[in-house]
Design a binder for this molecule. Structure first.
Ligand SMILES: [Zn+2]
Length: 155
């Protein structure tokens, strides 16, 4: 299942990417363009915009009720019964939604701070925006949230 998020749920789109789900973040005001893209690519719209939700036509959509991004993520996961796939975690660029590619440490050397290079073994790169990722503090924080999510999922 792939998604498109409007500006009302930008953080939710980022969280879906953390879980490895393909979630386009539509920044523009052009909501007809959003719906066109959703239809062409078979994306499910997620939004808090009631008016947009009511006018989606053939596009599948979920109107998000929660305000907190974590609760929103739970809402989406529950509604569509989405699994948390550990192998897919952190497999997608958080900035631009592109699947990441593994890069060997030597290849990342020039682009990460020295202390990061020396304390990490695994790096990946976004082939589109070139951002380098490694398992750092953010990663641990996000992994903790995902763990919480799995816990909630079982309850
Ligand atoms: Zn990127």
């Amino acid at each position: 299942m792939i998604f498109i998020a409007d500006r009302t749920v930008g953080k939710l789109a980022k969280w879906l990417r953390i879980l490895g789900y393909d979630a386009v973040y539509w920044r523009s005001d052009d909501l007809r363009g959003l719906l066109r893209r959703a239809r062409h690519e078979g994306r499910t719209l997620i939004t808090k915009d009631t008016k947009l939700y009511k006018g989606t036509g053939p596009v599948r959509a979920l109107l998000i009720a929660e305000d907190n991004p974590f609760l929103q993520l739970q809402e989406v996961m529950r509604y569509f019964r989405l699994p948390v796939n550990k192998a897919k975690l952190f497999s997608r660029c958080l900035i631009c939604n592109t699947p990441l590619e593994a890069v060997d440490p030597a290849g990342a050397r020039e682009e990460v701070p020295d202390y990061i290079y020396h304390t990490h073994q695994t790096f990946s790169r976004c082939p589109s925006c070139r951002k380098i990722y490694w398992a750092g503090t953010h990663y641990e924080h996000m992994a903790a949230v995902v763990k919480r999510l799995q816990h909630v999922d079982r309850s």
